[in-house]
Design a protein around this ligand. Sequence first.
Ligand SMILES: [Zn+2]
Length: 110
Amino acid sequence: MVKDEERGKILDPNGPLPKKRKHIYCMHPNVYEIGECVKCDGRNITWSEYVDYMWCYDCNIDYIPEHFGMFDGPIPMGLSEIMGIKFDRVNLKTGKRYKPDDPEFNTTWP
Ligand SMILES: [Zn+2]
């Protein structure tokens, strides 16, 4: 989990770059109510290629959100499933999808 002091940070593309993600969740960050862009407060966002970061299409920045929505609290998996929200993780390189009950699921983040 991201440290509190890291939240709201905008990535300096000329600085040292963070680790790259190997996986993303299968749905859009807005579905999980992940924090909006810290620069424009917009939601035209997606998963950044970097661990813990989101990408804003309007600002062209990678940022660490102020909060991670559903991921900050205990995730009501059962209820979420009923609402059609899935927590499958997708390997960016292979495209393989891991359901939460997959024995390999816990090794597939980030
Ligand atoms: Zn923005």
